[in-house]
Unconditional design. Structure first.
Lengths: 102, 407
């Protein structure tokens, strides 16, 4: 929970968050199950790229957040901005980069 | 049998395995010692994938309870199942390349192999002797002996003869012991013909469209249709006249319209055909498309609650049922195939991933992932008939698929 609070980056994001903030367990469920539909429940990849920590070494949390929020044109990765907030995307990016240690 | 299994008194979703084995052994006096099971048919049984725990539960749709569960099946995100022609054995295709043959009566693994690094589904040949798996990594199709799961043929989907390979999607069986599949990366349809033996004759069709994401085959096995993700439209191949090559249908059905972000790929397997109309999910739109199956022209669009994932016809053809991608996956809508109007709606819970009708259509079973339950409904009254706990359920597969082309 401490990590969650820490990740709230700024006032604008925080206010957005309060509207539809997901709990860490809901975020974990979303990463594993919904992202996992394409990237695999164990993040070893599928139609989407593998998302294990070693695959993400060259991407910062900011890089990954922006991919989550804005998608990758020309691929099947959609922009999630309509249903995921910036701080939620950052939480997911950190979760993936640390291999699920949150 | 009923006096051994008083269903009403059972609270556990699973019959205790020990009891089942003991009774099976007692009844089947001359059964072989390795697999003592109670004598019963399988036509009312279904398999249900528990995706997060790597298990498959066996659902008895008559007694509305699970008869057992089979674990140790690996990563079952995006898993699917086909049946051997006897309807007793089933093949589970896991995300992690696992291919497992299970016995749905004894609830045991018969044989299992880790045949690739990353897979998306499979099919069983018309004669039941070959099981094919569509692989992402390494890209291609591998074909196995249905008895032993020994490798029979390897069909790498190489790109321009180089080291790269395309991911394979939309693998189905077709009459004449053929397998048909599509290549995501290169926009191709391939036919692998095993009618002459275990060395297939492979036919390639290139430039079918950008990023085919899934495919279907009509119930008679004549038409193979690949949906396109990278552009609007579908590619149709007439397997009665494969030399004519694929043709484009529903070309640019969304032309000039802004497509929504696609949070989950729609599925075409288990598509809906009712009368001479086919119902397919639109990609990136809150619509179900209606196609005339004689002319392959679009004849209607039905606005629905969200982005459709599965569009499934009730066996009597009067209605099609539709579920949706995140974030609208708490809802199922029911479309009248005559009026094309929404005729009913259900809110079974969060994360409705799949729907499967009983073969004659007296029941429909839904998997509700985030509520960790499988729910049964009477599709005529929309009244629930059962609610069974199962962790993260996804695909539900009735055993009557054993006798159907393309499933």
């Amino acid at each position: 929970m401490a990590g969650w609070t820490f990740l709230v980056a700024g006032p604008a994001v925080a206010s957005e968050l309060q509207e539809h903030a997901r709990t860490p367990s809901a975020l974990e469920q979303m990463v594993r199950q919904d992202c996992g539909s394409c990237h695999g429940l164990t993040f070893k990849g599928g139609l989407g790229s593998p998302l294990l920590p070693e695959n993400l070494e060259n991407y910062s949390v900011e890089d990954l957040s922006s991919i989550i929020l804005d998608g990758l044109p020309g691929t099947a990765m959609p922009p999630w901005r309509a249903i995921i907030s910036e701080s939620e995307a950052a939480w997911m990016a950190r979760y993936l980069k640390t291999g699920g240690s949150k | 049998m009923p006096r051994f299994f008083p269903a009403k008194t059972r609270r556990s979703p699973f019959r205790p395995l020990a009891t089942l084995i003991a009774i099976g052994a007692a009844i089947a006096l001359n059964a072989c010692a390795s697999s003592p099971v109670a004598l019963r048919g399988t036509a009312d049984l279904a398999t249900v994938i528990a995706r997060a725990s790597g298990e498959v539960a066996v659902l008895d749709t008559s007694n509305k309870q699970f008869t057992g569960i089979i674990g140790g099946l690996g990563d079952l995100s995006h898993a699917s199942i086909v049946y051997a022609r006897d309807g007793r054995f089933a093949f589970v295709f896991g995300r992690d390349g696992g291919l497992t043959k299970i016995d749905i009566l004894s609830h045991k693994i018969v044989v299992r192999t880790l045949q690739a690094g990353n897979s998306i589904g499979g099919a069983i040949s018309q004669d039941g002797k070959l099981v094919a798996v569509a692989n992402y990594e390494p890209g291609g199709v591998r074909v196995f002996d249905a008895e032993t799961l020994e490798l029979v043929a390897d069909i790498p989907t190489t790109i321009d003869g180089g080291p790269d390979r395309s991911k394979v999607i939309g693998l189905v069986d077709a009459p004449g012991n053929r397998f048909v599949f599509s290549l995501w990366d290169t926009g191709e349809i391939w036919i692998a013909d095993f009618s002459a033996g275990n060395t297939p004759s492979v036919t390639r069709y290139q430039n079918i469209g950008i990023q085919p994401y899934d495919a279907l085959i009509t119930p008679d096995g004549r038409y193979y249709i690949a949906g396109l993700f990278g552009e609007d439209g579908m590619a149709l191949l007439d397997l009665w006249h494969p030399q004519s090559g694929p043709q484009r249908i529903l070309d640019h059905y969304g032309k000039g319209e802004e497509r929504l972000p696609v949070y989950k790929m729609p599925h075409l397997e288990g598509w809906a055909i009712a009368g001479k109309r086919a119902f397919v999910p639109a990609v990136g739109r809150h619509e179900v498309l209606v196609i005339d199956t004689e002319t392959w022209q679009e004849v209607g669009r039905i606005p629905v609650h969200g982005q459709p994932v599965f569009v499934m016809a009730h066996p009597d053809g009067r209605h099609v049922w539709v579920n949706f991608s995140v974030p609208d996956y708490d809802t199922v809508q029911i479309i009248d195939t005559q009026t094309l109007a929404i005729d009913g709606e259900l809110k079974p819970g969060t994360g409705v991933l799949h729907m499967e009708f009983s073969p004659r259509g007296d029941q429909v079973w839904l998997s509700v992932r985030d509520d960790n339950k499988v729910v049964g409904y009477d599709p005529y009254t929309l009244k629930p008939i059962a609610e069974l706990p199962l962790p993260s359920p996804s695909g539900i597969f009735m055993s009557d698929r054993a006798g159907r082309i393309g499933l």
